[in-house]
Design a protein. Structure first.
Length: 198
């Protein structure tokens, strides 16, 4: 399984650009990918998105960085080198998968990833229900965001601003703890799994 996190200039794949991609192979977590790119010409830049991911406007258009097309090609080359399961997983995986798909389309590259994905939100919601807990609801819909999922799994919040690789680390650790009842990355080894420590 490929756990990924994409940082972008906004949330609309057709008009916003990728800024960075972080990923790791859940079966071999030391096998990781991280790189950054400049925005494609004409891409919209949402200041709120930059506040979350920490990129500056200057960094977004730095011509020393790869193009978005070069970045997505490098990510796909890394992903295709994974020997087994290439299912994409993330917190809001529909966004990450769609923004990668849009970047592939802009670059004229075939997107090799399937529509079937794994998302942290559903795993956390299901785990809570199985354990007899009531998932949080806010404004009439699930309130399980990444901060909540991390806390539920005994983990600290993501650093702010966070980058795509730290995001992928957090997603992967939550997936491992919920799906396999085991810790995954040394960065989180000091934090116990709440339901395993009783």
């Amino acid at each position: 399984m490929i756990v990924l996190d994409v940082e972008a200039t906004g949330v609309v794949p057709g008009k916003h650009s990728i800024l960075s991609i972080g990923a790791l192979d859940l079966d071999e977590p030391t096998n990781q990918f991280y790189d950054e790119c400049r925005i494609w010409d004409g891409a919209h830049v949402d200041p709120e998105a930059l506040a979350i991911n920490g990129f500056t406007k200057e960094e977004c258009s730095d011509t020393a960085k790869k193009t978005e097309a070069e970045l997505v090609a490098a990510f796909i080359a890394w992903a295709m080198d994974r020997p087994a399961d290439r299912t994409l997983a993330a917190q809001n995986v529909s966004f990450d998968a769609e923004v990668v798909r849009a970047a592939c389309e802009r670059a004229g590259i075939e997107c090799p990833f399937a529509k079937r994905t794994i998302d942290v939100h559903t795993l956390t919601w299901t785990h809570m229900r199985v354990k007899g807990k009531t998932p949080p609801v806010e404004n009439n819909h699930s309130a399980i965001n990444m901060t909540y999922a991390l806390s539920y799994c005994g983990l600290p919040p993501e650093p702010k601003p966070h980058n795509a690789l730290t995001g992928a680390f957090c997603h992967a650790e939550v997936i491992s703890r919920i799906a396999y009842n085991k810790k995954l990355l040394p960065e989180f080894d000091a934090y116990d799994i709440p339901w395993m420590s009783h």
